[in-house]
Design a protein. Structure first.
Length: 251
């Protein structure tokens, strides 16, 4: 499974001017055809990756916050070819482009997108509409299992059940709060210590192993060190890989 981290930034980055070093809104391309999230910098992210987006045929939406779900960007993506969007009913109601096929999903749903089996698991992440779900996604292909775990904090018991007992090969973690520990965002976002604590429990439950790869994503500029080298060292010290825009990983 190929993960292409097109954008890796949390909502506090400035996506209007894109100065050098700006992280784009967080979104990941899986196997070149399946896009997870479509935020306000989708066009910019594709351009920097030298992609035109025509190969993207399906989109998973983790939740409808504006940095992950941008109607204008999605409709621009669908301008020249049909795409299928998998999202909540509330999010899909905002899409009207004729080239967008809608697939409503709920927690616990298992479906196929671009040949990948996807399980929608619950994210601990509140939306304005408290009745609307936020998702993480378990991706399975050819025996490989990847948990796409952002936005969100900690792990809910229902998600633990849905993951099952087969060890994960990789986790893409919400690491919004980075080195800023005990921050008020802890109900919705992880810091690096929270991730370390979760990993210890997951090791004991044998749903990860010493070989599971951990990617730290959704990086807030205000909650991580300003120095890029310090960010890399912090990620390494906590046993993870700091994602960067346009980074590619093979699982």
């Amino acid at each position: 499974m190929k993960l292409h981290f097109l954008g890796t930034g949390a909502a506090d980055w400035n996506w209007r001017t894109y100065p050098e070093g700006t992280r784009g809104s967080t979104m990941t391309l899986v196997n070149g055809t399946l896009l997870i999230d479509a935020g306000p910098s989708l066009t910019r992210n594709l351009s920097l990756a030298e992609l035109d987006g025509k190969q993207i045929t399906e989109v998973l939406i983790t939740h409808s916050h504006s940095d992950h779900f941008n109607v204008e960007q999605l409709e621009a993506l669908a301008q020249d070819h049909p795409i299928t969007v998998h999202a909540t009913l509330q999010a899909l109601a905002r899409l009207a482009h004729p080239n967008i096929r809608k697939h409503a999903i709920a927690i616990g749903d298992v479906f196929t997108a671009c040949g990948i089996q996807v399980t929608a698991t619950p994210a601990n992440h509140a939306l304005n509409d408290l009745k609307e779900a936020a998702f993480h996604f378990l991706l399975e292909e050819n025996g490989k299992r990847v948990l796409y775990h952002l936005d969100g904090a900690w792990m809910l018991s229902v998600e633990r059940q849905l993951i099952g007992n087969t060890p994960l090969d990789a986790i893409v973690w919400d690491a919004t709060s980075g080195t800023t520990l005990y921050d008020w965002r802890m109900p919705d976002h992880n810091d690096l210590k929270m991730i370390s604590d979760l990993r210890q429990g997951m090791l004991k439950m044998r749903i990860i192993t010493a070989n599971t790869r951990h990617f730290f994503d959704h990086i807030a500029w205000s909650l991580w060190p300003m120095d890029a080298g310090e960010c890399q060292r912090a990620a390494k010290d906590h046993g993870g890989i700091l994602t960067e825009d346009n980074m590619v990983a093979e699982i």
